[in-house]
Design a protein around this ligand. Structure first.
Ligand SMILES: [Zn+2]
Length: 121
């Protein structure tokens, strides 16, 4: 296990196709560690996606998963809505935060923030 920080290892962010893409933006790790200090364990349901895998998963063409700046997360003991609101309040002017029925997407994009709620769109 290649440890990236106290609670996360590189393997957790690896592309699920097995291609070996497992880079992680350090800012993303910082955001996840900050969240982890307020919650239980965080499961990375999707970290990196190579272009091929991203296409197969139906991801956006310019998905931040492709450039190692995004993670879809599930937090034990919290609903996705709770995590979505927690992150939105903590980072009112930054990042991409998306609420899905089973997980929360967080990306550390530069520039303008983005918010979306797949349950109400
Ligand atoms: Zn891949």
């Amino acid at each position: 296990m290649a440890k990236l920080s106290e609670h996360f290892s590189r393997e957790e962010f690896a592309c699920q196709c097995g291609c070996g893409q497992d880079t992680v933006d350090y800012e993303l790790i910082r955001v996840l560690e900050a969240l982890r200090s307020n919650t239980g364990p965080i499961i990375i349901s999707s970290g990196n996606r190579c272009t091929k895998r991203n296409k197969a998963a139906g991801g956006a063409l310019k998905s931040f998963h492709v450039i190692s700046k995004a993670a879809d997360i599930i937090v034990k003991g919290n609903t996705p809505a709770e995590i979505y609101h927690h992150l939105s309040e903590r980072y009112p002017d930054r990042y991409g935060i998306g609420l899905y029925s089973g997980w929360v997407h967080i990306d550390v994009r530069g520039g303008a923030k983005a918010r979306w709620d797949e349950n109400h769109s």
